[in-house]
Every structure is written in structure tokens, then in C-alpha cells.
Design a protein around this ligand. Structure first.
Ligand SMILES: Cc1ncc(COP(=O)(O)O)c(C=O)c1O
Length: 393
């Protein structure tokens, strides 16, 4: 990979992406020259505030929202947490209902928040099932909505198996039911346009480091008028929704990253989906007892995921690492966990397959040569790991 301090093939773009040089360049002045606190009313502060205002506008425009609907946060996890808790707490305060709906394949940032709202705050929750491809049926959402339902949260693109959800349709169902709708769109902006109106969402989470922006930086979109109580208490930053001095550099970097991806995402999506299909075909043709996990076609263009029968995905990932190929077993946040993935189990994949999950995610710097190296190497690693597993069985 270009300019990396490590040689090797990086195919874990769903875990994180490198900051694009033009994004880095856009951010730099806000660490040093224009360092003011955007909340200060003197000239130094006003300069920072002007850049922050501009970042709100650019990010808003990039996703079909108003500047006033954009809140800069510390990461995608925080955006999900603020959305769910903020709406739930507001409903509790206003006596507006007690029921939340989500799905069994959400990222931990949503799943953990929903469960904590249940365990510690007494909210009722419904975690909707998915089909064998990891899809939530919008009809299930309709059936699950009750008079006391306040919020539905279903993700846009699944980080582990790549499946796209029918978010726009689910959003329509929520609107008809008079229920707020949140989506975690963290995995998607580098590969597809995001428009909050087309998606029919009231709240949406993004994470800058997934689209060539800085780490420690996220976005929460919240439709104007959405009942919300700030989860953090403190000053009035970000219209009181997320107290704490804002990193202007990160906000500027997020805006620059959205511009960077919007200029090339269609072209990249077409290129990457071809490479992904080549990879999938090559792996299935050469590795026995291998299957694709997730939807065969309605999946993110950069995302290939597999299950291999009778082997441990973590061991396979390490064997590939030895070969200089960086991939993951699924969600970056669950690495090191030897249990079968709950997402794969929710899709009805038997445990002996679900333990052998592997995620290979391509990015803007991925080449065909790299993909061909993986096609040549992966089946050999699968064979090695299987042989060792059988010896120790
Ligand atoms: C779908 C999804 N949501 C949320 C997150 C968390 O984002 P962050 O790393 O910015 O906290 C991730 C990270 O992998 C993700 O894939």
C-alpha cells in the first residue's frame, strides 16, 4: 500500500482507511495557525468558528441536510450512542413511550446501547430477526411497531457481512407509524451517496475514519425538531447537543473527506465491485468448504465476506497476516473474541461454519495484483489451518 510504514497488502478498509493527503492538508492549519477555540468570541475564536460553520454546511450539503442538523462527535460509536440515548431520554421525559426496535445484526455501538437502555433504564426492546442473507424484513418492522414505540434503529450497510438493508423502505414504514428512525451509515459514504431524505431517516451516524478522514471524529445527523436530550452535560457546543470543545481540525477534515469521496465514489464503487467479484469467485473456486456470508449481490461494493467450515477465523486471519495480508474476522471491535459471531448465528449459519468467518474489505488503493495474490494465498492458508485443526481435534 502506498506511503504505508508497513509493506504488505491491506484489505481491512472497513476497519479503517488512511487519511487522504488532501484531507490531511486541509486539517493542518487548524492545529497550529488557526488554533482558536470556536466558542471564544474574540478574533482567534471567530476564525475557528467560521471554519466550523463551513464544515457544518459542507457536511450537511453532502448528505442532503441543513447545517443546523449536523453535530460533530468523537466517533461513529458516539454518534450512535447520542442518537439512541438522546431520543430515548427525551421520550422518557415527555412521557412519550417506552419501546425501541432494532435488529439482531447491528454493530455493538447500537446493540450495546439498546441493551443498556433496556437493562438500566427499563425500556422495552424488540431485536428483529434477519434472513439468511442478513436482511431485516420491512414488514417485520411494521408488525413490531406499537403505540408506545419511540424509535427504530436499523443499519444501512453491515460491517461484518456487507449486506445492505432496505433502509429507505423501513424509513417509510416508520414514518407511517409515527416513529423516529435512526440508521448507522458508518460503513457506506466511501462507496455510495448518502441522502437523508431519500433514506427517510431522522437520525444517522457517520464515522470520518471509514471514509479517508481522521480517527476520533464522527457525525450525527438529526432532523430539525427531533426530540432529543443531550447525553453529555456541559457547555452549549454543537447547539447544546454535544457539549465539549469541538476539534475544528477534525470537523474540517470530515468535510474535506466527504468532498474527497464524493468526487470518486461512483467510479471506485464500479471498480471495487469488479475486484470484489473476482476475489469471491477465486476463493470459492480454490478453497473447499467455503461460502460467501451476507447477500450475494445486494452488498457494499468493497465488501467480501466468507465462512469456512471447521476452522477458526481468527487463526486464518493470523495465517494471512504472516503472509503479509491484513484482513479481519468481522467487526474490528470484536477481534480477539473466539466465540462464533452473533451476526452469523442470527443469519442461521451453523456454529461450525460461523466460527470460521473472514472479512476482506477493499479500498481506493486496492489493486488487481493484490486481489490475485490473495486468491493464490488464501486457499493454501485455509488448507494449513484446517490440517492443524484436524490434528488437534
Ligand atoms: C457499522 C459500524 N458502526 C459503528 C462503528 C463505530 O465507529 P467508530 O470506530 O468511529 O467508533 C463501526 C466501526 O467499525 C461500524 O462498522
Amino acid at each position: 500500500m502506498q506511503n504505508s510504514s508497513r509493506n504488505g497488502i491491506y484489505l481491512d478498509y472497513s476497519a479503517t482507511t488512511p487519511v487522504a493527503p488532501e484531507v490531511f492538508e486541509a486539517m493542518q492549519p487548524y492545529f497550529t495557525a488557526t488554533f482558536g477555540n470556536a466558542s471564544s468570541t474574540h478574533g482567534f475564536g471567530r476564525d475557528a468558528a467560521a471554519a466550523l460553520d463551513e464544515a457544518h454546511t459542507v457536511v450537511g450539503c453532502a448528505i442532503g441536510a441543513r447545517a443546523s442538523e449536523i453535530t460533530f462527535t468523537g466517533c461513529g460509536t458516539e454518534s450512535d450512542n447520542l442518537a439512541l440515548r438522546g431520543v430515548a431520554f427525551a421520550a422518557r421525559k415527555n412521557g412519550r413511550g417506552n419501546h425501541l426496535i432494532s435488529s439482531q445484526i447491528e454493530h455493538h455501538a447500537v446493540e450495546g446501547t439498546v441493551h443498556q437502555l433496556h437493562d438500566l433504564f427499563g425500556f422495552d426492546i424488540t431485536m428483529l430477526p434477519v434472513d439468511g442473507c442478513g436482511r431485516v424484513d420491512p414488514a417485520d418492522v411494521r408488525r413490531a411497531i406499537r403505540p408506545d414505540t419511540i424509535l427504530v434503529s436499523v443499519m444501512l450497510g453491515n460491517n461484518e457481512v456487507g449486506t445492505m438493508q432496505a433502509v429507505s423502505e423501513i424509513g417509510r414504514v416508520c414514518r407511517e407509524g409515527g416513529v423516529l428512525f435512526h440508521t448507522d451509515a458508518v460503513q457506506c459514504p466511501a462507496y455510495m451517496p448518502i441522502d437523508v431524505n431519500e433514506l427517510n431517516v431522522d437520525l444517522l451516524a457517520l464515522s470520518s475514519h471509514k471514509f479517508y478522514g481522521p480517527k476520533g471524529s464522527g457525525v450525527l445527523y438529526m432532523r430539525d425538531g427531533t426530540p432529543y436530550i443531550p447525553v453529555l452535560t456541559g457547555g452549549g457546543h454543537e447547539r447544546g447537543r454535544r457539549p465539549g470543545t469541538v476539534s475544528v481540525a477534525n470537523a474540517v477534515g470530515t468535510a474535506a473527506a466527504l468532498k474527497y469521496v464524493s468526487g470518486q465514489r461512483n467510479e471506485q464503487a464500479a471498480r471495487l465491485s469488479q475486484l470484489r467479484d473476482r476475489l469471491i469467485a477465486g476463493v470459492l473456486a480454490n478453497a473447499p468448504d467455503a461460502r460467501v456470508s451476507g447477500h450475494p449481490t445486494d452488498r457494499m461494493p468493497h465488501h467480501a465476506s466468507f465462512v469456512f467450515k471447521g476452522i477458526d477465523g481468527e487463526t486464518l486471519q493470523m495465517a494471512l497476516d504472516v503472509e503479509g495480508i491484513a484482513v479481519s474476522t468481522g467487526s474490528a471491535c470484536t477481534s480477539g473474541n473466539p466465540e462464533p459471531s452473533p451476526v452469523l448465528l442470527a443469519m442461521g449459519i451453523p456454529a461450525e461454519w460461523a466460527l470460521g468467518g473472514l472479512r476482506i474489505t477493499l479500498g481506493y488503493h486496492t489493486t488487481q495484483e493484490e486481489i490475485d495474490t490473495v486468491i493464490a494465498t488464501l486457499p493454501r492458508c485455509v488448507e494449513q489451518v484446517r490440517k492443524v485443526a484436524l490434528e488437534f481435534a
